[in-house]
Ligand binder design. Structure first.
Ligand code: MLT
Ligand code: MN
Ligand code: ZN
Length: 306
């Protein structure tokens, strides 16, 4: 199984278009030791030709251009993206669906019922796409059973519901539903290896920890270093918890959670990093703390072979 990070940043990207925080301003001027990042997305493949796009970010076209392996060029109109899965209905994970409207035939899309509802009501992108390529809808099971995707033979996928919130535009924003937000485990059956992906992970419930302990690669919520990061910078009134993200530092934070996972050879990687997070600066004290705990920071183009 091949897994590639197309975008390692949280919503807004790094730098964010209108942000002049220390990180965004610094990376723009070249005064901090940091690399630009596009918005949250990965691709997974069994054969390196047919890929499952996991989340369709607003930066999708630039991401495709940056990854020639996504364009096998077998026909005049062709793409290596064989299917798409969306893990929630957030703007940074679904806007790229509009960029796939020229697809040859209905776009195979895997999603939960509640995400399907949001994408048919608050942000009716599925209805819009009916006027272009159309969408072949596949319901993601949340009963613990795994599912497969024809273009990825030998790879099983398990979805687990995460406690989080639907996007601000959702008609059920204040009434969370099972399936608003999921984590995914990709299992290569022949290799006996798996990767767990959860860019938004607000709370570490027992079933989530169990999935994390079983994986060989962990790609987990790296949004914020502290719960009050956005508030302290005067950029928001919301804590990380309000936004459905678990901060890295402090008691009960992601570093502590990852420390409790002792599987031999496991890769611990933070992804979906907000542009305010000091871990983006490669020579920062926070980055040294991560290194001490054996935790990596995802970057666009980071690749895994399992
Ligand atoms: C989030 O995960 O909280 C998002 O990045 C927010 C957004 O896309 O605006
Ligand atoms: Mn996000
Ligand atoms: Zn910023």
């Amino acid at each position: 199984m091949k897994l590639k990070v197309l975008g390692s940043s949280a919503g807004g990207g790094f730098p964010q278009w209108n942000c002049n925080c220390r990180n965004c301003d610094g990376v723009r001027r070249g005064t901090v030791h940091a690399t630009r990042r596009t918005q949250s997305s990965i691709v997974v493949s069994a054969n390196g030709v047919d890929w499952l796009l996991v989340n369709a970010s607003p930066d999708l076209l630039a991401q495709i251009a940056a990854h020639p392996e996504l364009q096998p060029a077998r026909h005049t109109r062709d793409s290596g993206i064989a299917a798409v899965v969306t893990m929630d209905a957030q703007i940074d994970h679904v806007t790229g669906l509009l960029m796939l409207r020229e697809n040859n035939g209905p776009l195979p899309l895997y999603l939960t019922d509640s995400v399907m509802h949001d994408l048919s009501t608050g942000f009716p992108v599925l209805s819009l796409l009916e006027h272009y390529c159309g969408v072949e809808r596949h319901r993601i099971p949340l009963d613990g059973s795994s599912f497969g995707i024809p273009a990825l033979p030998g790879i099983r996928i398990e979805a687990l519901p995460l406690s989080s919130k639907a996007p601000p535009y959702s008609p059920h924003r204040e009434a969370p539903q099972r399936g608003d937000n999921i984590g995914l485990t990709f299992i290569d059956e022949a290799a006996g290896k798996s990767a767990f992906y959860a860019p938004g992970l607000g709370a570490l419930e027992p079933h989530v920890l169990e999935a994390m302990r079983a994986a060989d690669v962990l790609l987990v919520d790296g949004t914020f270093w502290t719960p009050n990061e956005m508030i302290e910078l005067g950029l928001s009134k919301k804590t990380s918890t309000d936004m459905g993200h678990l901060a890295q530092s402090g008691v009960g934070g992601m570093i502590e959670v990852l420390d409790s996972i002792e599987r031999a050879g496991v890769r611990k990687v933070l992804i979906h990093i907000n542009n305010t997070n000091p871990i983006l600066v490669e020579d920062s004290p926070e980055r040294r703390v991560l290194a001490k705990h054996g935790i990596e920071v995802a970057f666009d183009g980071m690749a895994f072979e399992l």
